[in-house]
Design a protein around this ligand. Sequence first.
Ligand SMILES: Nc1nc2c(ncn2[C@@H]2O[C@H](COP(=O)(O)OP(=O)(O)O)[C@@H](O)[C@H]2O)c(=O)[nH]1
Ligand SMILES: Nc1ncnc2c1ncn2[C@@H]1O[C@H](COP(=O)(O)OP(=O)(O)O)[C@@H](O)[C@H]1O
Length: 224
Amino acid sequence: MSPSAPTSSVAPHGRAGLARRGLMLVLSSPSGAGKTTLSRRLLASDPRITMSVSVTTRPPRPGEEEGKDYFFVDAPRFEAMREAGDLLEHATVFGNFYGTPRAPVEAALSEGRDVLFDIDWQGVRQLRETAGQDMVKVFILPPSAQDLEKRLRSRAQDSDEVVRGRMAGAAVEIEHYAEYDYIIVNDDVEESLARLTAILQAERLKIGRLTGLSEFVKGLHAAL
Ligand SMILES: Nc1nc2c(ncn2[C@@H]2O[C@H](COP(=O)(O)OP(=O)(O)O)[C@@H](O)[C@H]2O)c(=O)[nH]1
Ligand SMILES: Nc1ncnc2c1ncn2[C@@H]1O[C@H](COP(=O)(O)OP(=O)(O)O)[C@@H](O)[C@H]1O
């Protein structure tokens, strides 16, 4: 099954019963700009969106939980998943493999749930081929290079060398901003969360996603 064209079996618009296609909300940014922070806040505030948990060969950071932040695997296991077609997309970032497990995403979308992805521009390009209009792409920028470095250091979970590599990687990631639908400059977290929530709410109301709309309008029309 393709990840596109899911139809909601629930009635997200209340008693009107307007069925809706689930959407794929993608967040990308240079490392340290705040994707993880905003993802966690959005997931905590909106029960209708589910996180796509990636597999990675990167070692866990202190505090990261297996199955919640990532599925941590070794390279042979990653390769086996890739070979078996179990990944919707995959990429190498900072020398580690990352990929999106296919089954949970397809299951969530087929139940009419929205899915949140924290993936890089390479993954977005691959998903775009199958997801089309079902994907909403948000790029998060830091307010300045100094802020980005400060955040990478304040996270205090990566070595100096890793932080330097991530600052260099930021320059490459930022070059892809124009491939996205929305930009959030993550200065104040609360403001950024409000913007992200607004994007999600507006995208949920797009006519093309409301599979029950014509029936609903027909009913309204007949009753007038
Ligand atoms: N293509 C792709 N990129 C991913 C995936 N999971 C994470 N990434 C990206 O890999 C990069 C590094 O992630 P991570 O090591 O967690 O560091 P972070 O940037 O501080 O979150 C980020 O740009 C993530 O968005 C995935 O499944 N696929
Ligand atoms: N708007 C913000 N202002 C200040 N610090 C922030 C902001 N957003 C995130 N941070 C902090 O910056 C660091 C990196 O954020 P994180 O969400 O891990 O980024 P990413 O997932 O993009 O690598 C964390 O320590 C986080 O608490």
